[in-house]
Ligand binder design. Structure first.
Ligand code: NAP
Length: 243
């Protein structure tokens, strides 16, 4: 069976690097995005010009209906989905917890955790003979991100628990579920938090003295998806320069 992967939030940052790497490794790739169609189309163009297979699909992965359509569309293009990368995520302006309103808190949980639940459930329901899921969590699940984004960190903590629990439920079905926990990675996300230069500011606090690249995270995701990680499930790999 050919390898078919959905990368949620595959149009930018870590998702885009992952989509390109997986396509180069022979996966047929669905590049999911929320709003930025131009960036998703760029990723697809890059893959197809290199001889790979990819298509872009708009879906809000916190919507049950749209997740079902996402999987239907991928199956229509490439056949059964065999791999899933739950990468889509958001954070908002740096803030203390006491200043976070309920609407924002719910939005972060919906975008980061409900999306992971919905896509994972759909994948498990549809996997034909085993399958692999990689969740893109964050080192924030360990630090709690005080004074910046406790809401975001809490959503990643929930993602870690979902990873562990689901991995144990489906291990006997031949389905592996793991997570990566990136540290400070150069992507657009830090501008969304209000500080585009955040990674450079924090680099001196990182044991390796630098931020990470999306490609370095993608390499780890690709390994966890691969048969080289065939006895690895319910595990977490920090991609954080020693933090
Ligand atoms: P990014 O550059 O901001 O990209 C986020 C991606 O998620 C975008 O492609 C966006 O789509 C998509 N997205 C957001 N909400 C969505 C939704 N509801 N439905 C579908 N797609 C949605 O972020 P990134 O830094 O690459 O982050 C990717 C993942 O890594 C996230 O889960 C993030 O929490 C995690 N992470 C990042 C860092 C870091 O330092 N950058 C560290 C730890 C963990 P559009 O392009 O359409 O907007």
């Amino acid at each position: 069976m050919s390898k078919v992967v959905i990368v949620t939030g595959g149009g930018r940052g870590i998702g885009a690097a992952t989509a390109k790497l997986l396509a180069a490794k022979g996966y047929a790739v669905c590049v999911n995005y929320l709003a930025n169609s131009a960036r998703a189309d760029d990723v697809v163009d890059c893959i197809t010009h290199a001889g790979g297979r990819a298509f872009a699909h708009q879906a809000d992965v916190s919507s049950e209906t749209e997740v079902i359509h996402l999987f239907d569309a991928t199956e229509a293009h490439f056949g059964p989905v065999t791999h899933l990368v739950n990468n889509a995520g958001v954070l908002f302006t740096q803030s203390k917890l006491v200043d976070i309103d309920l609407e924002r808190f719910n939005q972060v949980l919906n975008s980061n955790v409900v999306s992971c639940f919905l896509c994972s459930r759909e994948a498990v329901r549809r996997f034909k003979s085993g399958g692999v899921i990689v969740n893109v969590s964050s080192l924030a699940s360990q630090t709690g991100s005080p004074f910046e984004y406790v809401d975001y960190a809490a959503s990643k903590g929930a993602m870690d628990t979902l990873t562990k629990g689901l991995s144990r439920e489906v291990a006997a079905l031949g389905i592996r579920v793991n997570a990566v926990r990136p540290g400070f990675i150069y992507t657009d996300m830090h501008a969304d938090g209000g500080e585009p230069g955040r990674v450079d500011r924090l680099a001196p606090q990182i044991p390796m003295q630098r931020g990470g690249t999306a490609e370095e995270v993608a390499n780890t995701i690709a390994w966890l998806l691969s048969d080289e990680a065939s006895y690895v499930t319910g595990s977490f790999i920090d991609v954080a320069g020693g933090r």
